[in-house]
Design a protein around this ligand. Structure first.
Ligand SMILES: Nc1ncnc2c1ncn2[C@@H]1O[C@H](COP(=O)(O)OP(=O)(O)OP(=O)(O)O)[C@@H](O)[C@H]1O
Ligand SMILES: [Mg+2]
Length: 139
């Protein structure tokens, strides 16, 4: 196994995504990459300056999410690589996985917004549909 990609969004399920991805790396070897995508956020009505401030806050939050994830992964005995990207999460995940030659994507069935009555969140369902490598959906 070459590269395992764990997609996290700071939700409770992200913890299980990390644990399972670590298990896979421990069993099969390879590199663990942890990805968090900051959403492009600039609604109509906000000025460019407002949006820059929002973006800066979201970036800070992203760093915290990635740092906590890497600490967790390390505590489980694996050295992961953290990546923060900006854009539409599902599209960024699919593109990143292709570019990096990822062998398996780990993703949660739901995330932060968590409408539990849908089977899969919008990000995970798009990734399952468009990814060109195997996707493991953690529930
Ligand atoms: N911004 C993100 N960066 C990286 N991975 C993400 C991101 N958002 C979601 N994911 C991944 O997708 C999984 C499912 O989240 P998803 O966003 O699809 O569901 P949701 O938040 O419950 O619903 P919604 O479709 O309303 O966002 C998460 O557990 C996480 O693994
Ligand atoms: Mg979501």
């Amino acid at each position: 196994m070459g590269k395992v990609l764990a997609c996290i969004d700071g939700s409770e399920i992200s913890d299980r995504v990390l644990t399972q991805a670590v298990e896979r790396v421990k069993k099969e070897g390879g590199e663990l990459v942890v990805l968090y995508v900051v959403e492009d956020f600039c609604p109509i009505g906000l000025t460019e300056i407002d949006c820059d401030m929002v973006r800066e806050l979201l970036m800070k939050e992203a760093k915290v999410i990635i740092d906590q994830a890497l600490a967790k992964v390390r505590s489980l005995g694996v050295e992961g690589k953290g990546v923060i990207k900006e854009g539409r999460p599902a599209d960024v995940i699919v593109e990143f996985a292709k570019e990096e030659g990822v062998d398996e994507i780990f993703i949660g069935s739901h995330g932060r917004h968590g409408a539990k009555k849908v089977l899969l969140g919008s990000v995970s369902s798009r990734v399952v549909e468009y990814a060109t490598c195997p996707v493991t959906v953690i529930k």
